[in-house]
Design a protein. Structure first.
Length: 410
């Protein structure tokens, strides 16, 4: 199979490094809200920290793309990878929740190198294998999520806050291995200008990058504009509560152990990965818009089952969120691609990502307020947003388009 022939060089190194990072993230990320509470944070402060995370991702995503083209792929990736790895040890050592605010803000700023990751993968794949190559490289990091959340849950149940500190130490150690792989074996695919002039050019263009980004919105097709607006108003807010407060609701309201949450997390990822090829076959036979709408409907149903059906409801919600992540999370780029001329697709997908971050920022802050008042109020609001998102995509977003493997690369 020819795709295996290109699974070497930069593609192999990036895939292996993502699997290593996936080990640490799968141990810690599902329990991060509990870590905030263990360090003295409240429900409101959980929402606040997630809002800050999204805000800094929002602020630095746009200039990060410019920096990638000015400094080169490998330089960006290696430098910021090491900084992200260092942050894992700061997470492990945080004495109070207030320290997490600064750590999250700094780490989110460091993630401005994400465009460089996409760029070096795209540069390293031949045109005819680019879509399949992206699918493989972005699917492999999910493998640790099949079982590592169970280890994270055991650490929390056995050692409490110390267990999560161990988890972040593990994340840092495997991160060192991943960063070392990237530093030693990645090959530069874009020769950028050298020296001070490059840095000065980036500094001068930092503000201009935002101005150009805003102006480019006017060039987008109406279908894309409607979807981008819907993303930050109702679509992104429908996803926030489960991932930021699900583990808190499961432990404090349903009385379930962290290990049970780990099982649910692994189940959700496994269903997402296993079901993806079958769902994509079905999507090929119908409009992308219809299946995105179904994805948001599944999100709403997941909230309702989680809220009222106890442990069985958690497992149902995990299965539904796994399916919805394939539809409501992975398919929007396909709709954007089919509705946008080739010369505007990069900017269109950038607007989609920024819109997601805007929606996550304000809704995470709101979720903190609502959950501190009533967990059912927060989840009920999110369920309503899921239903509204399904209706919005089906009735307001125009344009159909059929999905193809060229679209399914995110």
């Amino acid at each position: 199979m020819r795709i295996l022939a290109v699974f070497r060089g930069n593609i192999l190194i990036m895939s292996l490094s993502w699997v290593l990072f996936g080990i640490g993230h799968a141990i810690t990320y599902p329990y991060f809200p509990k870590y905030i509470k263990m360090l003295g944070g409240s429900d409101f402060e959980i929402g606040l920290i997630y809002a800050i995370q999204s805000l800094f991702l929002l602020l630095f995503t746009i200039p990060g793309g410019h920096l990638t083209d000015l400094l080169g792929r490998k330089r960006m990736i290696v430098f910021f990878t090491w900084l992200v790895v260092v942050m894992q040890f700061f997470y492990a050592a945080a004495p109070y929740w207030t320290y997490l605010v600064l750590i999250v803000a700094v780490e989110s700023t460091m993630l401005m190198y994400r465009p460089a990751l996409d760029a070096i993968i795209a540069d390293s794949l031949p045109d005819e294998l680019r879509a399949k190559g992206f699918i493989i490289t972005y699917t492999l990091p999910n493998i640790p999520w099949f079982f590592m959340p169970l280890i994270g849950g055991w650490l929390v149940d056995s050692f409490g806050v110390l267990g999560l500190r161990y988890g972040f130490l593990i994340s840092g150690l495997v991160g060192i291995a991943a960063a070392s792989l990237r530093a030693k074996f990645l090959q530069e695919t874009f020769q950028a200008a050298e020296g001070r002039a490059t840095i000065e050019k980036f500094a001068e263009g930092f503000i201009d990058s935002y101005k150009l980004f805003i102006k480019s919105f006017k060039l987008l097709p109406s279908t894309v504009k409607r979807f981008v607006i819907g993303e930050f108003l109702i679509m992104a807010p429908s996803k926030v509560a489960y991932y930021s407060f699900g583990v808190i609701f499961a432990s404090e309201i349903l009385g379930l152990s962290a290990s049970i949450w780990g099982i649910a997390t692994s189940l959700s990822v496994a269903i997402s990965v296993i079901a993806a090829p079958f769902l994509y076959k079905l999507v090929e036979q119908a409009s992308v818009r219809r299946w995105i709408s179904i994805g948001f409907l599944l999100i709403a149903l997941a909230y309702l089952s989680f809220m009222f059906l106890g442990l069985p409801g958690l497992m149902i919600a995990a299965a539904l969120t796994g399916l919805s992540s394939t539809l409501a999370h992975s398919l929007p780029p396909a709709l954007i691609t089919s509705a946008t001329p080739v010369e505007l697709r990069g900017r269109a997908n950038s607007h989609l990502l920024i819109s997601l971050n805007i929606g996550t920022t304000w809704s995470a802050f709101l979720m903190g307020i609502l959950y501190s008042w009533s967990p059912l109020l927060a989840f009920g609001f999110s369920a309503i947003m899921g239903f509204l998102a399904a209706l919005y995509v089906q009735l307001i977003v125009k344009g159909e388009g059929r999905v193809s493997s060229q679209c399914l690369i995110k």
